[in-house]
Design a protein around this ligand. Sequence first.
Ligand SMILES: Nc1ncnc2c1ncn2[C@@H]1O[C@H](COP(=O)(O)OP(=O)(O)OP(=O)(O)O)[C@@H](O)[C@H]1O
Length: 290
Amino acid sequence: MTITIKNLGKSYGSLKALDIDQLTIEPGHTYGLVGANGAGKTTFFKCLTNIITDYSGEIIFDGHNPRKENAILTKMGIVLDDLSVYKDYTARFNIQYFAGLRGHYDVKKVEQMADEIGLLSVLDRPVKTFSYGMQKKLVLLIALVNSAEVLILDEPFRGLDQDTVKWFQNYLREWTGKDQHTLLISSHVQTDLESLCETVFVIDHGRIIKTLDLTADNHQTYRHITTNNDEAFETLLSSEAIPFVKTEVGFKIDISSELWQNVFPQLAENAIVITAMTKVSVLDQQGGIN
Ligand SMILES: Nc1ncnc2c1ncn2[C@@H]1O[C@H](COP(=O)(O)OP(=O)(O)OP(=O)(O)O)[C@@H](O)[C@H]1O
């Protein structure tokens, strides 16, 4: 499904929370959304899914206007941070209810997935007895079993343990690799976006101020480097006219630079040992996130 956005605006009183001129979401693609608290991410996702309908401009799904033809929304799955499920009822009821609404519900598949994320033994407990993380797992599970074409996930991994995050990331990578599925995900965690997204939109005060292509080769060559003698290393970099940025964790350097090759022979001469060299996050490199 192609989503075309034109002149999308949403205000809360005098506050313009969203102001997007033009944007196309292509089928089969994975998109990330980053921005500071209050930048407009949730508002954008709510407009996309008709939770907010009093926006100006247009959102079109494959030629359909969701404000007039809301059946198209059954092709979308959304997870917001508010964990809105029936908390007095069991997890199993909620899965049956929400998945049943769409007519897609494979009990065996759901139980297998629940087992893999540690929810199987609690499926018959009321959701109000769940921890935050357990509730988050449940709403994600419901979204995944819903056979959506487009999944919109707002901070989906907040509150989940690392193993569960990895499980969902693996599942989503497989899911996005088939049937022209489209993923839109917001996160304050760079690695979440880097591991899942091809394109990242940077949003600020409701506007998309930057679009990053995470698949581009030229984003792969920056490294954080730490040494046993930062002072000597800095002098060496300066004498070779190598651009660098000093960070909390050492020096940030583009190691694809030809000049960088000149540094190696001089390290030993200057008694400098490189103690660590780690890849710099693509988003961090762009100054993108927050
Ligand atoms: N119901 C509302 N009434 C009034 N203002 C709102 C409402 N919802 C959001 N806002 C404001 O709109 C702006 C965008 O909020 P939004 O929730 O979309 O940001 P966000 O990028 O999702 O933030 P966060 O990262 O903190 O979740 C903020 O300034 C927020 O205070």
